[in-house]
Design a protein. Structure first.
Ligand SMILES: NC(=O)C1=CN([C@@H]2O[C@H](COP(=O)(O)OP(=O)(O)OC[C@H]3O[C@@H](n4cnc5c(N)ncnc54)[C@H](O)[C@@H]3O)[C@@H](O)[C@H]2O)C=CC1
Ligand SMILES: O=C(O)[C@H]1O[C@H](OP(=O)(O)OP(=O)(O)OC[C@H]2O[C@@H](n3ccc(=O)[nH]c3=O)[C@H](O)[C@@H]2O)[C@H](O)[C@@H](O)[C@@H]1O
Length: 437
């Protein structure tokens, strides 16, 4: 099938590449000339494990094309995916301007029947809005389908190629058949395509992200309670996670959820609820807990060093909002840096992939170390903000020898407390007792 993906960011590039991998002819359109030039020249623009190999193969074999021209890009396509940004507007609701601008243009460009697919995360009612915007100028038949994306950064290829489910919102038989054919190779392993109406599909996406964010905030509050009552959150997590009704995943406490999606999507659902005259109280609490959680380690650091951190120097491992990505949007590390620098401290940071993105954002507010161990030089203590694998089994002798104080503040519970006690580290984590040699 010939398909077009408009918006070649994270979701667009994964979507385009994976559809090419299953034999489709894919054209990706983006207004960013730089990005299109790089991609056309075979240079991948995002860090995503496993994507580069697929991207290079499909580009080489002629199934992937890139252009800045919408008219040329959609000419022969049967299906057009809109993978455009939906950032929070000033009031927290999803900003639909990117999508509606393209929809406005599309109407006049359609020459034969096409399926236009909302791949972006969009509020309930957006498919109708996109339909209306295209219909203003369209002279041919078309359908607008809601097909939200559930991939996670860092495992995006795996999530896209072997999805738990594919949600397709449409009431058109014609569009349903085309979308079913397109997704057939991905759901062969037995996971379903769930067909539904457009509005239910739109809400499914927000409900999924909000539910997962709720699980995380819930566990972060349980972790706080564990510390106050002397329980161990790792035990509680294992204890409840073994109940199938609760499930093992997404129960890890930490320093709050970040990324480009949970924070914005929870906020957007709260906003949609308000517009529907409903006060979604659970989600307001989820956001509130998450805001506080980002600075969870700070009082622990201040309890150790005193409130005034002037003259103190910290090593910070991990900048990305989670491992295996260079994405730093809403990353808890950025909030910790702000707080430390605000309290008079200096910070030396290391991240395997995300340092250059941070440098572009905050420049010389911190220093950038070449390696995780170089970051420790002259540091009073080590703070861990992202659970990259390389941080999980470090050389503790080296850490102990270089740090001025053998103190580690771990926002991701990477190490066992008794081990840290044995090794002679002052060690604070989330929801567990501290090691205080
Ligand atoms: N990043 C993620 O892991 C996931 C994101 N989503 C949703 O997918 C949507 C897209 O997200 P990302 O891919 O992360 O965004 P992104 O910001 O990485 O990419 C958006 C792309 O659209 C391009 N663009 C903007 N205006 C355009 C126009 N008029 N014509 C052509 N291209 C244009 C931009 O240049 C950029 O390359 C959002 O709604 C997001 O919530 C859904 C699931 C996962
Ligand atoms: O809509 C989206 O964009 C995507 O948002 C999330 O994916 P992503 O943001 O890539 O990352 P997650 O793995 O979900 O992690 C989000 C945040 O939650 C945190 N988290 C996750 C799990 C956990 O147990 N504890 C926890 O604190 C992570 O550290 C991270 O900051 C969803 O998992 C995807 O299904 C969805 O498609």
């Amino acid at each position: 099938m010939k398909i077009t993906v408009v918006g070649t960011g994270y979701v667009g590039l994964v979507t385009g590449t994976c559809f090419a991998e299953t034999g489709n002819d894919v054209t990706c359109v983006d207004i960013d000339v730089n990005k299109v030039n790089k991609l056309s020249a075979g240079q991948i623009t995002i860090y995503e494990p496993g994507l580069e190999k697929l991207f290079e193969r499909n580009l080489k074999e002629g199934r992937l094309h890139f252009t800045t021209q919408l008219a040329e890009g959609i000419k022969d396509a049967q299906v057009i995916f809109l993978a455009l940004p939906t950032p929070p507007g000033e009031d927290g609701s999803a900003d639909l301007s990117y999508i509606l601008r393209v929809a406005d243009q599309l109407g006049g460009l359609l020459q034969d029947y096409k399926v236009i697919v909302d791949k972006s995360t969009v509020p309930v009612g957006t498919a109708d809005k996109v339909h209306a915007a295209i219909a203003k100028n369209a002279k041919v038949e078309f359908d607008v389908v809601s097909n939200p994306e559930f991939l996670r950064e860092g495992v995006a290829v795996e999530d896209f190629m072997k999805p738990d489910r594919v949600v397709i919102g449409t009431q058109s038989e014609r569009a349903r058949k085309i979308m079913g054919d397109l997704y057939a190779p991905f759901v062969r392993q037995g996971n379903p395509i769930i067909f539904m109406d457009e509005k239910s599909a739109e809400l499914t996406k927000y409900a999924a992200n909000s539910f997962l964010a709720t699980k995380i905030s819930f566990m972060n509050e349980i972790a706080i309670l564990c510390e106050k009552l002397g329980a161990d959150v790792d035990m509680v997590r294992r204890g409840i996670g073994s109940d199938d009704r609760i499930g093992k995943r997404f129960l890890f406490p930490g320093i709050g959820y970040g990324g480009s999606c949970f924070p914005k999507d929870v906020q957007a659902l709260v906003k949609s609820s308000q517009e529907a005259a409903y006060d979604f109280r659970i989600l307001e609490a989820v956001m509130d807990v998450n805001e506080k959680q980002k600075l969870f380690l700070l009082p622990k650091i201040q309890a150790y060093f005193g409130n005034d951190l002037k003259g103190k120097h910290f090593a910070l491992w991990g900048l990305a909002f989670k491992p295996n990505t260079d994405d730093i949007r809403e990353a808890p590390a950025l909030y910790i840096i702000d707080a430390l620098v605000g309290a008079g401290a200096t910070v030396s940071v290391f991240d395997p992939e995300a340092a250059s993105n941070v440098q572009q954002l905050i420049g010389d507010k911190v220093t950038y170390a070449e390696s995780q161990y170089a970051a420790l030089e002259n540091a009073d203590a080590l703070i861990i903000a992202t659970e990259w694998s390389v941080f999980r089994t470090p050389d503790f002798d080296k850490i102990g020898a270089v740090l001025k104080q053998k103190a580690i503040f771990d926002g991701r519970n990477l190490f066992e407390v008794p081990r840290m006690q044995e090794l002679g580290f002052y060690y604070e984590s989330v929801g567990r007792s501290a090691a205080k040699p």
